[in-house]
Ligand binder design. Structure first.
Ligand code: NAD
Length: 494
């Protein structure tokens, strides 16, 4: 390993760029090449304490800034995100393997747009007044919690960090955000942009592992609000820890989303849409990936023929190469995990693998953590892949005959994040959209999250909503009721 090729990053506490208290580091690997190219501080509880204390001091002033000032500062952050979007997109591709053309550029662009949207919400923190009598004034205020502790994953690091930082600070909170140890660089760079336009301590960004840095942050007694995006297993432990000290929690967790294809669809349009919904060009590393596909039995052969023909044409390879549609998965751990799911499914008899399979062991794709798009048909229900989140480019397909049966099978999941219905007929599609248990149901579209949507999961996929004005207010403010007696209390009126 050539040490000179490794860039050293610092983390952001109280407006300063610092190493960790213990001067320890975490290597950041380029998953497309399996080489270390950067290192970041390895924060632990001592660093968390410093960051939370800084955010607590900053809160005293920040909570009283005017709406206009907050809006102005967030607009400047949005400007800077826009100016730096290519640099940010390349960093994301380097650290998490997402293809630059199809994924990271879009993520950087959307992040700037979301910050712009949030900047425009400055004057939307509205309370309500209740009429009781001429002698009473009863009204509510939306007040910030204080210090928000936020933890994000690696699959869309910049976007997900923005969905925490923007709404938290717009509503008057300060924040300590822990980046994922797998993809901390774009988030640290985002911290630099925020810090250029905000008072010190309003936004603090730490790099560290989940147990050493994430856990002390979400368990910190001076953090009244925790906002987490990541796996359901970790989300569950965070919810349990928060319950001890009655902290407020927002959770955006995993998914195993269903796609249901009716017999009347246009095959060309819908096969394209199904590929998008499965997030094949993000290696399936999306919480909303439609990884359980139900195709009506009357069109299954034709549909799967067209789908697999198109998937074979997808170009997988170096994420920075503009010609490639998909890059690599994020790290060795994820590579082994996805391989294990595929290996187990291949061993099921009769064989149900219809495309792809285990990762290439030779050739250029073996130099990184690459998979080719993989499809299984009619796996037995005991195969883990049929109900567990794989987070890889692996689609599990079955056929259906009646609406009642397919709705029951689609809802037979602990998860409830997203779902996709494909049909030309409006009424059946909407009937099904209403019957499906998910926080976000798309009809005839494979994606297209819009700013202003109320986004979030039900069942084991999460608690609370993000992406919208309502999500911001509900997630990051508490309601205070003020009751005033306007009577003269025995004093003569003037
Ligand atoms: P993960 O749960 O392993 O880690 C997420 C973050 O939590 C990381 O920063 C990690 O360091 C931290 N962490 C781990 N253990 C912790 C602990 N005990 N206490 C505090 N923090 C801890 O998830 P991941 O592998 O980084 O990301 C993939 C998962 O995220 C998938 O399940 C995916 O569905 C989910 N996800 C959900 C959404 C959504 O909006 N619902 C969006 C993106 C990803």
């Amino acid at each position: 390993m050539d040490a000179s090729a490794i860039t050293t990053y610092q983390m952001l506490i109280d407006g300063q760029w610092v190493d960790s208290c213990a001067s320890e580091w975490i290597d950041v690997e380029n998953p497309a090449k399996k080489t270390v190219f950067a290192r970041v501080p390895r924060a632990r509880a001592a660093d968390v304490n410093l960051a939370v204390a800084a955010a607590g001091r900053a809160f005293k002033g920040w909570k009283n800034t005017s709406a206009a000032d907050r809006g102005r500062m967030l607009h400047k952050i949005a400007d800077s995100l826009e100016q730096n979007k290519e640099k940010l997109a390349r960093l994301i591709s380097l650290e998490n393997g997402n293809a630059l053309r199809t994924q990271s550029r879009g993520e950087a662009e959307l992040t700037a747009n979301i910050m712009r949207y949030i900047a425009g919400l400055a004057r939307e923190l509205k309370g309500k007044s209740t009429y009781l009598s001429a002698e009473n004034l009863d009204y509510t205020r939306r007040e910030p919690y204080g210090v928000v502790g936020a933890v994000v994953p690696w699959n869309a690091p910049l976007l997900l960090a923005c969905l925490k930082i923007g709404p938290a600070i717009m509503t008057g909170n300060t924040i300590v955000l822990k980046a994922s140890e797998e993809a901390p660089l774009a988030v640290l760079e985002f911290g630099r942009i925020c810090n250029e336009h905000l008072p010190p301590g309003v936004v603090n960004v730490l790099s560290g592992t989940g147990l050493e840095c994430g856990a002390p942050l979400v368990e910190h007694p001076d953090v009244p609000k925790v906002s987490f995006t990541g796996s359901t297993a970790v989300g569950r432990s965070i919810l349990a820890a928060a319950s001890n000290r009655i902290a407020a929690v927002t959770l955006e967790l995993g998914g195993k989303s269903a796609q249901i294809v009716f017999p009347d669809v246009d095959l060309d349009y819908t096969t394209d849409g199904v590929m998008t919904a499965m997030r094949f060009s993000r290696q399936g590393q999306s919480c909303t990936a439609g990884s359980r596909l139900f195709v009506h039995e009357s069109i299954a052969d034709k549909f799967l023929d067209m789908l697999t023909t198109k998937l074979k044409k997808m170009r997988v390879g170096d994420p920075l190469d503009e010609a490639n549609d998909a890059g690599s998965v994020v790290n060795a751990k994820q590579f082994e995990r996805v391989s294990a799911y595929i290996r187990e499914a291949i061993e099921c008899r009769p064989s149900s693998l219809i495309l792809g399979g285990l990762p290439p062991a030779t050739g250029p794709l073996s130099e990184g953590y690459f998979f080719e798009p993989t499809v299984f048909l009619n796996l037995p229900p005991e195969a883990r892949m049929t109900h567990e989140e794989v987070f890889g480019p692996v689609l599990s397909v079955t056929t259906w005959r009646t609406e009642e049966d397919v709705v029951a099978r689609a809802n037979d999941s602990n998860y409830g994040l997203a779902a996709f219905i494909w049909s030309r007929a409006g009424a059946p599609a909407l009937r099904m959209a209403h019957a499906i248990e998910a926080g976000w149901v798309m009809v005839n579209q494979g994606g297209g999250q819009q700013i202003g949507h109320s986004y979030g999961g039900i069942k084991h996929s999460g608690l609370g909503r993000e992406f919208s004005l309502e999500g911001m207010i509900e997630s990051y403010t508490e309601v205070k009721q003020i009751s005033v007696n306007l009577g003269d209390h025995g004093f003569p009126r003037l």
